[in-house]
Design a protein around this ligand. Structure first.
Ligand SMILES: Nc1ncnc2c1ncn2[C@@H]1O[C@H](COP(=O)(O)OP(=O)(O)OP(=O)(O)O)[C@@H](O)[C@H]1O
Ligand SMILES: [Mg+2]
Length: 273
């Protein structure tokens, strides 16, 4: 989060309501039931929009996650995965569609207000303060809290012991995998009700990826729903309760992680056979 994380946020035009109402996704080929996203805990529902006055990047795009779940968004580079996450976090100008959290329409809220409502977001890039120490990064994560957050910091150090060891080191000196732990830890410091991760395993080795996935599963088991984008599609879908394949800003396939992994077309087109 060096630099300004919100600088690509579009103008917010809230005059256009979602004409389509609550979303109910059509079944993907290879899956035999529609995915009911309308009542999900966190849902970006039939979102259409782009950056500022630019063209639409998302087209009727729906992503969602429920308590106890890990939901994974996969798709080719440039498909709009990060854009969909930013839209859910309030960094985009939605022309259609809505975002709901725990049944409440939050489409009009700023990202800051969404953090206040319990959303934790780890962006794909610039997700730590490189010149601050690990511990200062975690403290920054707790910026909205007025209570004593030392317990939460202890929990983060339990989850990521290496961060405790390196707590006085500048975060910018850490390895890629360790930086991602700082970023996830920072988001956990707000005690989020839902955690959104954009490519938490980007640029790390397969072993570190497995470790990060284990930690993410551990977080999910504590009851925090996780909505994450992953480029390691096969591995991510293997741990996903819910999966969304995005192509050119649209939902191409959706289903449980297992269903998507078993789907011939998904395998051929997105998982390398
Ligand atoms: N800040 C921005 N301003 C304008 N256009 C943008 C911005 N960020 C992304 N885009 C455009 O939106 C489209 C989708 O980009 P996005 O980053 O959402 O894709 P992605 O699926 O996350 O890709 P990747 O796998 O490479 O992370 C691309 O055409 C991209 O050029
Ligand atoms: Mg991206």
């Amino acid at each position: 989060m060096s630099g300004e994380p919100y600088d690509d946020r579009g103008n917010k035009d809230l005059s256009i309501a979602n004409p389509k109402g609550q979303g109910r996704m059509t079944p993907s080929p290879g899956t035999d039931h529609p995915m009911d996203t309308g009542e999900a805990y966190l849902v970006g529902d039939t979102m259409t929009g782009g950056y500022g006055a630019g063209p639409d990047i998302l087209h009727d795009c729906t992503i969602a996650v429920n308590p106890g779940e890990i939901a994974v968004i996969v798709g080719p580079n440039g498909a709009g995965k990060s854009t969909a996450m930013k839209a859910v976090f309030g960094m985009l100008n939605l022309r259609q569609g809505s975002v709901r959290l725990d049944g409440e329409d939050i489409t009009g809220l700023s990202p800051q207000d969404r953090v206040g409502r319990g959303m934790g977001f780890v962006p794909q890039t610039n997700n730590i303060f490189t010149s601050l120490t690990v511990e200062e990064n975690l403290e920054m994560g707790a910026f909205i809290r007025r209570d004593d957050f030392s317990d939460t910091m202890a929990q983060v150090y339990d989850l990521f012991p290496i961060l405790k060891e390196k707590r006085l080191q500048a975060a910018g000196e850490l390895s890629g995998g360790q930086r991602q732990q700082v970023a996830v830890g920072r988001a956990l410091m707000t005690q989020p009700k839902v955690l959104m991760l954009d490519e938490p395993t980007a640029g790390v080795s397969p072993i570190v990826m497995d470790e990060l996935f284990d930690r993410i599963i551990e977080v999910a088991r504590t009851g925090i729903p996780i909505l994450m984008v992953e480029q390691n599609a096969r591995q991510a879908l293997a741990i996903a309760d819910r999966g969304f394949v995005l192509v050119q800003g649209r939902n191409a396939y959706s289903g449980s992680g297992k269903e998507l992994l078993a789907d011939e077309e998904v395998r051929r087109s997105f998982l390398g056979g």
